[in-house]
Write a protein that binds this ligand. Structure first.
Ligand code: NAD
Length: 499
């Protein structure tokens, strides 16, 4: 059965209206499982108008009351988690247990939002001058928007809108057109939790919808997560239109494996972090820097053997380790990267192009792939592949490894595997990357720390979710106040006021 996916505006589902529909595929079967409407300009405007109309009352709603909605939403998300994970898995292809992990990390952001009144308190100083008090308060921006990628269709929207609306803003979300249903489903749960109509609107669409959001003068701020070329273009356009913008982009996350690392742990960690979610994670570890040839040889043998045992198959079968890629087009792109590695003479140890999943011959399955003896000039090292392809470079020492990471254009996540605390401490201090793990392969910050990369992995100043989100979604106002007594009159003061 296929579904017809529309929008969520002013607290209600809006069925497709103009017939500009595109197919949604189930990546496990390759079959069309639904169609989603690309919103017309009029419909995007309707969502913006709804958010604008809802803003004054929502801004005036006490933060503790806003938080009550978040508490109820958390319960509803947990109650409906099976359904949400089914939607994620059907449209994205990731295995249900992985979808569950995604949703759990999304719910953590709702939990953080429940406590946000604490972070909205502002700062107060009594008696900054005779009878004068001063304080800073955080005021909402107005209507803000979020544009999200396909790879975490439930979690990334939850990075954004719970914090934004807890700060008193209203929101227009534009999810990925490849897997839009879980974000819409969650928006309806938010309404059920008591969110007033218009505070959260969801419009589906493509570049045209995004351009409308970036050009509309009502929109005050833009949160974007997606690929680097689009992130950069969105940052430039949003900034040129006077909007605050944070645009998180792509990645090429390196793991350094030192000669003293615990090999069993390293191999298990690399398998999950490289091939979980079919490598379609912005924090996926896609490069291994093996320090020393002995470690290189060991990792090559051990990883290669583990890859042979990896269970690849449909997302709705929880016994699988890894599902398919998102689309036929992306399958071609990732296969093309493997071809490129071969033609540039990297050493192909495991070739995922040979995989076929019985009963799912039309699915977008690509097996786990390992390249050894990769060189920095090769395309498979320089570009984000965003698939189940792990590339290994052999380096003589940690300094060479560090230089490679620091010279790479991306700086999202990284990890060092070692038993040497001094080496780890030096690495943490020197590495030019936003999120760092020590023996932790996917150092995705918990919801009360913020998430963000460096270099071309993030355009803007503030990171996503956590404490940075309060800064991003509010404007600071500094107030200085005095109540002069009626019998105290001062003359004009022409020198600059000081203590
Ligand atoms: P994408 O850039 O193709 O799309 C992201 C969003 O932008 C979607 O909603 C899409 O509809 C919209 N979009 C696409 N092209 C556009 C254009 N020309 N103008 C305006 N809007 C446009 O990314 P994707 O393929 O959905 O997601 C995968 C990418 O996202 C990877 O590069 C991955 O590393 C990155 N990602 C980064 C993070 C992070 O936190 N840094 C997290 C998740 C994913």
């Amino acid at each position: 059965m296929t579904s017809l996916v529309g929008h969520f505006i002013h607290g209600e589902h809006v069925a497709p209206q103009d017939g500009n529909l595109i197919d949604i595929h189930n990546p496990s079967t390759g079959a069309v499982c639904g169609q989603v409407e690309m919103a017309s300009s009029a419909l995007v405007q309707k969502a913006i108008d709804s958010a604008k109309a809802a803003y004054p009352a929502w801004r005036a709603t006490p933060p503790a009351k806003r938080a009550q909605v978040m508490f109820r939403l958390k319960v509803l998300l947990e109650q409906h988690s099976d359904k949400i994970c089914e939607l994620i898995s059907e449209e994205h292809g990731k295995v249900l247990h992985d979808a569950k992990g995604e949703l759990q990390r999304g719910i953590e952001n709702v939990e953080f939002a429940c406590g946000m009144p604490q972070l909205l308190k502002g700062e107060h100083s009594k008696d900054v001058g005779p009878g004068i008090d001063a304080w800073s308060e955080f005021q909402p921006l107005g209507v803000v928007t979020g544009i999200t990628p396909f790879n975490f269709p439930a979690m990334v929207p939850l990075w954004m809108w719970p914090s934004a609306i807890m700060c008193g803003n209203t929101f227009v979300l534009k999810p990925s057109e490849k897997d839009p249903s879980s974000a819409l489903y969650i928006a309806a749960l938010a309404a059920e939790a008591g969110l007033p109509p218009g505070v959260l609107n969801v419009v589906n669409g493509d570049k045209a919808a995004v351009d409308h959001l970036l050009e509309d003068p009502t929109i005050q701020a833009v949160s974007f997560v997606g690929s680097t070329p689009v992130a950069e273009a969105i940052y430039q356009k949003a900034s040129a239109n006077g909007k605050r913008c944070q645009a998180l982009g792509g990645a090429k996350n390196h793991a350094i494996v030192m000669p003293d690392a615990d090999v069993d742990n390293v191999v298990n960690a690399l398998m999950g972090a490289a091939f979980g979610s079919c490598g379609e994670r912005c924090m996926a570890l896609s490069v291994v820097l093996a320090v020393g040839d002995e470690m290189g040889d060991t990792l090559r043998d051990r990883l290669s053997a583990q890859i042979e045992t990896l269970k690849v198959g449909a997302g709705n079968d929880n016994s699988n380790d890894m599902g398919p890629l998102i689309s036929a087009q992306h399958f071609d792109t990732v296969s093309g990267f493997i071809d490129s590695g071969v033609s540039q003479e990297a050493d192909l140890v495991n070739d995922g192009r040979k995989l076929s999943v019985e009963g799912f011959e039309e699915g977008y399955f690509l097996g786990a792939t390992l390249f050894d003896k990769v060189k920095p000039h090769m395309e498979i090292y320089q570009k984000e592949i965003f698939g189940p392809v792990l590339v290994m470079l052999r380096v003589p020492d940690m300094q060479t490894a560090l230089e490679l990471i620091n010279e790479h254009e991306y700086g999202n996540g990284t990890c060092i595997f070692t038993r040497d605390g001094e080496a780890a401490r030096f690495f943490i201090d020197q590495v030019q990357v936003g999120m760092v793990g020590v023996n932790v392969p996917l150092p995705v910050p918990v919801s009360y720390h913020s998430f963000g990369g460096w270099k071309r992995s993030l355009f803007g100043d503030l990171h996503a979710y956590g404490p940075d989100s309060v800064r991003f979604y509010t404007r600071r106002k500094a107030i200085t106040q005095r109540w002069p007594s009626t019998n105290l009159r001062e003359g004009s003061q022409f020198s600059f006021p000081s203590n």
